[in-house]
Every structure is written in structure tokens, then in C-alpha cells.
Design a protein around this ligand. Structure first.
Ligand SMILES: [Zn+2]
Length: 287
């Protein structure tokens, strides 16, 4: 199947630069409310880029942002995009108790639904933190009425990853035996090594040609859709610089000035729609 025919999920995790796990050692949660707030303007830039190409995506909105910016949530939805849930506080699930996770995810979902007047189907964890240590979270998501999850990265990584997880959209069995649709994050395979090519830091740091080869491999050789993701702060080279260690600095700040032009390329070279619609096309979600 050609990359023209394979329709992929375009997703945005709507959070600000000060919510990011790689910078959390240098930013206390108490300081969030007084930081320069840039997520509204940066999300507008992404909305404009998508509108240029008539592409609708899925925006996983952090509850903290949704409470501060309900008008932004409405603007995204009015642009024809799907609104989904990125939790509330951006804490890693495996560092939360099940009770904490349930409480704050309930709050985030209910708030989005009160803004939209309709149910929110999809969930993505902060830093893809559904791992072998936090599979219990899938049962909480089912309890709360989510229809799909997109938090599993079938790779090894220092913060996340579920090695051996299925690489394509699938029906996942939670520890209780109940099921939930999963749209995992995508990796390509080069010389036997799994390389995440589906957005975020990898998209900024790897050369664009490698991203393109990897995404084509997923679409054409493996015949499956990928899930692409980006954050509004990744198109914002002017964001305040936070003093962190060299590795976190590399991960967060590399090539911020190039993301927007690369994004235009990826949007023109592959087909995209919302995650909900890709799952519907594949018969995994009912209309
Ligand atoms: Zn996030």
C-alpha cells in the first residue's frame, strides 16, 4: 500500500514548555502559574499550519491547560479537530498511586467534556508513561469511559516503553481482562534497531530524510498507519531557556527553529487525519 493511501494519525500534546518531564528537575510545579504562558499562541501556529493543508488532527489537551484556557479548547474543536485528554498534572503515571491517577484523570476528562458538551474518547499519558509498572492505569481508563489509549511506546527508553507491545493499532487486554483500543507510538527498524521516527524530539533531532525513510517503511513495507506527535512548544524557538543538564538541554532545545518547516514537509508528504478517524477507518472504533 502506498503512503498516499495509508492514512496516519496527526496528534498534538497540548502543554507548555514548563510542563515537560525533561525539564521537571528545574521547574517546581508551584511555579507553573507564574511562568510565561506560551501554549495558546503556539497552538494557534499549529492550527494555522493544519488549516493551510485542510488536515484535522487529535489534540490531547492537558487538564491544567484546559482549565486555564477553555476558549483555546473550543477554538481547536471549532477547527474540526478531535479533542482528547492528556491527563491533568503531567506527572508520570508510574509515580502516582492508582487513587491519585483516577482522581486527576476524572477531573481532566470531566472538564474537557463540560467545555465541549460531548464525550472525550481518547487518552494519552504524560511521557507515554503506561509501562509494565503502570498497566493498572488501563483499567482506570476503562472505568472512566475512555474508548482508546495512545500511551504505549513499544521500545526501550529511560522514561517509558513497553518492549514487545504490538506496534499497530490493536485491542489491548487490561489486567482485569477487559479491553481497550490502543494506538501505540511508532518506531521504524534500521539494521535491527528500533528507531522512534514519529515526532517529538526524534523528529527535531534526527535528520528529516531519516524520519521520511522510517515513516515510509511503516506505511509501505509494514502496511500500517503511524501516529505522529508534536508539542506546541516545539515550534517556539523563542521560549524561555531553562537551566538543566546537557542531556535534557539537547532533548528539549535541539532544532526548535527547524520544526515548523519540517512539519510542513511531513504534512505534505504523508496523509493524516485524527486518531479517532484512523481507528474508525480500521474498524476498531464504532462511528
Ligand atoms: Zn505531555
Amino acid at each position: 500500500m502506498s503512503s498516499e493511501r495509508q492514512v496516519n494519525a496527526f496528534t498534538v500534546d497540548v502543554e507548555d514548555y514548563f510542563h515537560v518531564a525533561a525539564l521537571s528537575s528545574a521547574i517546581s510545579r508551584d511555579s507553573w502559574a507564574t511562568r510565561e504562558y506560551r501554549v495558546e499562541a503556539n497552538t494557534e501556529r499549529l492550527l494555522a499550519l493544519l488549516a493551510e493543508r485542510g488536515i484535522h488532527g487529535t489534540f490531547f489537551v492537558l487538564g491544567w491547560v484546559a482549565e486555564k484556557s477553555p476558549a483555546l479548547v473550543k477554538r481547536i474543536a471549532q477547527g474540526g479537530h478531535e479533542i482528547a485528554c492528556h491527563g491533568f498534572s503531567h506527572q508520570l503515571i508510574y509515580r502516582q498511586s492508582p487513587a491519585e491517577f483516577r482522581e486527576e484523570t476524572t477531573r481532566a476528562k470531566a472538564h474537557l467534556e463540560s467545555i465541549l458538551g460531548q464525550p472525550v474518547l481518547g487518552y494519552r499519558a504524560a511521557s507515554f508513561s503506561v509501562t509494565p509498572k503502570s498497566l493498572w492505569a488501563l483499567d482506570v481508563l476503562i472505568d472512566l469511559g475512555f474508548r482508546y489509549d495512545s500511551s504505549i511506546f513499544p521500545i526501550r527508553h529511560d522514561l517509558y516503553g513497553l518492549p514487545g507491545a504490538k506496534p499497530e493499532p490493536n485491542v489491548l487486554t487490561a489486567p482485569s481482562g477487559r479491553t481497550l483500543v490502543e494506538f501505540p507510538m511508532s518506531a521504524a527498524r534500521f539494521f535491527g534497531v528500533q528507531v522512534p521516527v514519529c515526532g517529538g524530539g526524534y523528529f527535531r533531532i534526527l535528520p528529516y530524510w531519516l524520519t521520511r525513510v522510517g515513516l515510509r517503511q511503516i506505511n509501505e513495507q509494514r502496511g500500517r498507519p503511524f501516529s505522529f506527535y508534536l508539542h506546541p512548544w516545539e515550534v517556539d524557538p523563542e521560549q524561555p531557556r531553562i537551566r538543566v543538564g546537557a542531556f535534557s538541554r539537547f532533548r528539549h532545545y535541539t532544532n526548535l527553529g527547524r520544526t515548523e518547516s519540517r512539519l510542513r514537509r511531513v504534512l505534505s508528504e504523508f496523509s493524516f487525519t485524527s486518531m479517532r478517524d484512523v481507528l474508525r477507518l480500521r474498524g476498531l472504533l464504532s462511528a
